[in-house]
Design a protein around this ligand. Sequence first.
Ligand SMILES: C[S@@+](CC[C@H](N)C(=O)[O-])C[C@H]1O[C@@H](n2cnc3c(N)ncnc32)[C@H](O)[C@@H]1O
Length: 284
Amino acid sequence: MNNELQKAMWNGRAGASWVRHNSLLETLLGEPGHVCMDSLRLIPGMRILDVGCGCGNQTLDLAARLDTSSLVTGIDISEPMLALAGDLKDANTDSLGADVEFLLGDASESLFPDEQFDAIYSRFGVMFFADPTRAFASLRVALKPGGQLAFVCWQEPRLNPFFTAPLQAALTVLPPQAPATPDAPGPFGLADKARVSTILDRAGFQSITVTPLALKLSVGDAQSFDEIFEELVQIGPAAALIAESDATLKAHARSAVYARLKDFYAPGSGVAFDANFWLVTAYN
Ligand SMILES: C[S@@+](CC[C@H](N)C(=O)[O-])C[C@H]1O[C@@H](n2cnc3c(N)ncnc32)[C@H](O)[C@@H]1O
């Protein structure tokens, strides 16, 4: 099994969308990443790997929490997302404590020497492996003995209207889709709590915890609903379906999503979704 499909996606439409909407996505998704960072034991001179670092916002936030003798390495398969990560690093050198490097590569492919990292971190970057047990096993080998893994991932779709509300609205007018395969690589690839524990256990991790994290994701407190809608309608699974539709269906689907997203909007607070994650920690 390999990750070629994911490579194509993240170097194609999905990567382009994350780059274009980087600022909105960071506003929406900053908090789960920061809660996950809070669970890391930070020490001077440490080395951290940020898996699936994307546009690098979290890599840079990690570096801001560390001292100048530390190094944060962000790895990702997406060239366009890493290009933005490099630009953001150059634009924020003053706020970084630790040094930062970005690498293009498949994090599941044993790219690092053994026992390199004190910690491995990821916000939403570890749910896309074709063979997660193998991937986590190879990441574990890159951790020092006693080193920590901490990541945050989505719980199941029905607990995350950020994905499901626009998608269900779009599907009231678009042709039905084949149901998603449970546990397939994708945003919900690690949504099953028992499966996450089993994968990490088989990958050789110890002291595994999988803790529910319920947060509100909000965006656009200073924007009109129409402005927020124009961005939200271009991200996530509904956006992909709408993009593939003809002009008439596209217009109907956009109207359906517009009406549904309005349910999550309040003037002055913007659009806010209840969201449910797993905060996962484990040790080598
Ligand atoms: C949902 S995005 C999250 C990006 C970033 N962590 C964030 O929270 O902004 C998932 C990221 O994982 C990356 N990714 C997927 N499979 C990967 C793999 N096998 N190795 C490295 N990165 C991968 C994608 O390219 C993408 O940037």
